[in-house]
Design a protein around this ligand. Structure first.
Ligand SMILES: Cc1cc2nc3c(=O)[nH]c(=O)nc-3n(C[C@H](O)[C@H](O)[C@H](O)COP(=O)(O)OP(=O)(O)OC[C@H]3O[C@@H](n4cnc5c(N)ncnc54)[C@H](O)[C@@H]3O)c2cc1C
Length: 472
């Protein structure tokens, strides 16, 4: 094992696999480090289909999607270390010294640049304030997925799911198919937290009720969970007294959010964004620490795996081309409160790359809006959206044009679209109007989101079936 390497990629999920392939194809010597025994990251346990529609025009399972990248990785010169944990990284001069823990003991590696592809972790029961006892039977959705799909063991016979994030929705269907009774998915907000596609395919198709504006307030049971207390909540998500109901169940599955694994970024002193909780980065996916790149769910929690892979390609190719002598000049991207977040958060005008792939989420459900990008007040991109929903990430490509290196401010703006009476609204009005040329980066297009948007009206009240018992 050489202990000097050009690019070290940490994490071998779809982001890390894409980064390692892309860095290697760009001529770098590459080391891919993964703490688990197999490549593929969280996709190993996502055995349902739906992955790869944008990239391959096929519906693959998670392992099938990962397998295609693993096969491609094998055609490169990237070296892989499995069951190896990156415990420490230090920047010394222009180099990074990594401490790896493996079955062979501690190893130190010197690397020219780093790609963080460490994924995200789930929020746990401790991060959701629920009163009562602490019995067995409270799982995160990912743990329930691991039990069911990897260990082949059923974690429950009768459960409720708290939180309508995608993994919770997918597990509602999965556990139902495996014979468990899923009494309902309870969501404190007034909108589901996951993709509409998953609400329709995982809940509606299986008649699993989605109870919006509800939460779990108390657990009952000593050794094993026996029941939970659920409650309606007000607009501030505060439980409304008198609305308590008791639901008998042996498991509570939590799908209450994902947080980027950002410990290594923090250790390196990279600035974190308080909205994404991942590192701040530029259009080349470089963090505020020169030579440290980020991608996938360790940057921000993505909705579709293709965006994860795409960010890996960007991070890997730029890590391979990284020149520590090149000066950076970061211009911030600012956005109004209409946006939940925007990634990247800055543009390096010192770089050769005057095109940026920008991802954003709206902070609330919006209809008929126009999003524009302004460089020093001049519009460089404009797109109309029929619907924007916070769970659905949007992706745009912006070309900043010839004045790129002189610009000092980039702003994202969202405004209600003004539709003139003479011009009726187009049916498929998710239209793009771009000022300046735009190069097609490859496999991603936005058509999938439009399909979900059209389905939105059909979801209705999400089926308010009451199978609970009064607590008193
Ligand atoms: C529990 C869970 C279930 C999910 N299920 C679905 C689903 O069903 N459908 C869907 O579309 N999306 C799902 N997602 C979203 C999914 O995470 C993304 O689509 C995508 O897999 C993220 O890719 P990634 O490469 O960024 O991260 P991951 O796939 O999470 O890969 C990160 C890798 O980094 C490794 N790692 C982390 N820290 C270190 C370290 N210090 N040293 C060495 N290795 C390290 C981890 O072991 C892991 O293999 C799920 C996410 C989670 C957390």
């Amino acid at each position: 094992m050489p202990n000097r390497i050009d690019v070290t990629v940490i994490g071998a999920g779809p982001a890390g696999l894409a980064a390692a392939i892309s860095a290697s194809r760009n001529g770098a010597s590459v080391l891919l480090v993964e703490r688990e025994a197999r490549l593929g990251g969280i996709l190993k346990q996502c055995i349902h289909d739906g992955f790869g529609v944008l990239r391959y025009r096929e519906k693959l399972s998670g392992p099938e999607y990962a397998y295609r990248d693993i096969v491609e990785l094998e055609t490169t010169n990237a070296r892989v270390m499995l069951q190896t944990y990156v415990s420490r990284i230090e920047k010394i001069g222009s180099k990074f010294i990594l401490t790896l823990i493996s079955s062979n003991g501690l190893i130190q590696v010197e690397s020219g640049s780093i790609v963080l592809a460490t994924g995200c972790r789930e929020r746990t029961a401790k991060q959701v304030a629920i009163h009562g006892t602490r019995p067995a039977g409270v799982f995160t959705a990912g743990t329930a997925q691991y039990y069911t799909n990897i260990l082949g063991q059923m974690p429950t016979k009768r459960c409720i799911i708290l939180g309508s994030g995608d993994i919770g929705l997918i597990m509602a269907r999965r556990l139902t198919l495996e014979g468990a009774e899923v009494l309902g998915v309870y969501e404190a907000k007034s909108e589901p937290g996951g993709l509409l596609r998953n609400v329709l395919q995982c809940l509606n198709d299986f008649e699993i009720p989605l109870r919006l504006e509800h939460t779990v307030t108390r657990l009952f049971g000593t050794d094993r969970l026996k029941a939970v207390e659920i409650c309606r909540v007000d607009k501030n998500m505060t439980p409304i007294p008198g609305t308590e109901k008791l639901v008998k169940c042996d498991a509570l599955i939590l799908s209450v959010g994902l947080v980027p694994e950002n410990e290594l970024a923090e250790m390196l002193g990279a600035e974190l964004n308080n909205k994404t909780l991942g590192p701040v980065c530029d259009q080349n996916n470089m963090t505020t620490v020169s030579g440290v790149f980020t991608c996938g769910n360790s940057t921000h929690v993505n909705d579709l795996v293709e965006f994860v892979s795409e960010s890996g390609v960007i991070a890997g190719s730029n890590a391979a081309r990284y020149n520590y002598r090149a000066a950076r000049s970061l211009v911030p991207i600012s956005s109004s409160a209409d946006f939940l977040y925007v990634v990247p958060q800055c543009i390096d005008v010192g770089s050769q790359e005057n095109e940026a792939t920008i991802y954003f989420r709206s902070s609330e459900v919006r209809k008929n809006v126009t999003v524009s990008v302004l460089a020093d007040g001049q519009e460089v991109f404009k797109q109309h959206y029929n619907h924007l929903r916070p769970p659905e990430m949007e992706r745009i490509e912006v070309y900043f044009g010839g004045e790129f290196q002189r610009m000092s401010k980039v702003t994202l703006r969202m405004e209600d679209t003004v539709i003139s009476e003479e011009e009726p609204e187009e049916e498929d009005a998710q239209s793009v109007e771009t000022v300046g040329a735009q190069e097609d980066l490859g496999y991603v297009d936005d058509s999938e989101h439009m399909e979900y948007d059209d389905d939105f009206a059909d979801v209705g009240d999400y089926g308010d079936i009451d199978d609970t018992e009064d607590i008193r």
